[in-house]
Write a protein that binds this ligand. Sequence first.
Ligand code: ATP
Ligand code: MG
Length: 451
Amino acid sequence: MNSSNSILREEELGNWRKSHYSSEINPSLEGRTVILMGWISSIRDHGNIQFIMLRDKDGDTQIIAKKGQCPDLVYEQVLQLKEHTSLGVSGKVISQRKAPNGIEIIPLELKVFSIPIQAPPFMVQSRNPAGIDTRLDFRAIDLRRKYLQDIFIIRNNILKYIRTFLSNEKFIEVNTPKIIATASEGGTALFPIFYYEREAFLAQSPQIYKEQLTMAFEKVFEIGPIFRAEPSRTNRHLSEATSIDIESAFVDYNDIMVLLEKMIQFIIKSLSEDDNIKNSPELDIDKKINDNNKSFPRLKYSELTEKLRNIGEKVRWGDDLSPQLIKKLDDDRLNNNFYFITDWPTAAKPFYVKENQDDSKICESFDLMYGSLEISSGSTRISNKEILIDRMKKKGLNLNSFDYHLRIFSYGVPPHAGCGVGLERFLMTLTKIDNIRDAILYPRDIDRLAP
Ligand code: ATP
Ligand code: MG
């Protein structure tokens, strides 16, 4: 911008305050003077008429500056405005059927708070304006896009409904340490940190703590970060993800599957009735609403691996089922659907997972899947101290480093079961996001530690 002949000056907020959000203005306010604040999302120049879209957290309001209809100074100022300017407008409401909320604003006075020094490296109006790395480098501006705002409002509402649901089911929300002494899911994926004079780790899961808490609280859940050093670059792994961890005493893995089913159906129903987002083009739940109330298919690990072998895939007992393998199964029950893979090989699951009573090769476990994407892993846990120690030995774990956990098992740990749901992956299933980096505000991966 050429500042020498600019008549725009940045001003303080002073005593100006918003009188309304964009969503609160409608034709019933015709003739009233209002004060709106936001940023300029687009400018259209039609000769003697300038259309400015002023966006606030709720959406756009059209400002219409017509030569002769608004004060001359304001018209001259409008001519110099740029997209992304942070702006306050005092103006008169008039009806306009074709504009957002059925109104537009004739500006009477402007207050320019912040003038952009340069244009951002991409357009915020389009859905795919630039490669994800460029967008993430300027994430705060990227998040000005309507498409991403919808995604994060959906995310916010999912969290709200999860809390409502689990609270109705008599769970309490807890917060457990994120700086921990030992691994709970196997040692490979840990981030070591300096902790005073010692080595410690960022928690890869609240597993140990949530299990312990069932002794006192029976039903607990935690929504918090999990940290995993994932060296691979995929569209479904983050180094810092958000986990919804659920743990309950006096139930087994079947009860947890039923609880998950109910929770997901509750969330989908609530989203479909939510006035703020039910019409968002980003929401992808139409088909899922119709399927509501049906329980999710349950397929045994052995059943799936046999099918895979029948179509010529080399899968050995104990192998993980990668998305690539699952995609090879031509099964309608799996495409764009939630389903459970149950009864995994004991060797494929962590040390705390309970064996099947009749066959120790398999364990009381499930993965909740959506298509080829894993959303959650859950299981019945071992509550008997000797069995737990035995299993830890078989897994080659150092018992001494789990002393703080094992000692609890001398004092009456109840039978219990639970699961961890990846929030970002779950959000991907209910929206049109295909890269997990867009399901979290500031993603962390092997290549990215800022912003
Ligand atoms: P995967 O095999 O897909 O790497 P996992 O089996 O290692 O996942 P779990 O330890 O079972 O993951 O964690 C429970 C849930 O947490 C997963 O089902 C997934 O939804 C989520 N999750 C785990 N690791 C990540 C990650 N690195 N990024 C995003 N979500 C994750
Ligand atoms: Mg898993």
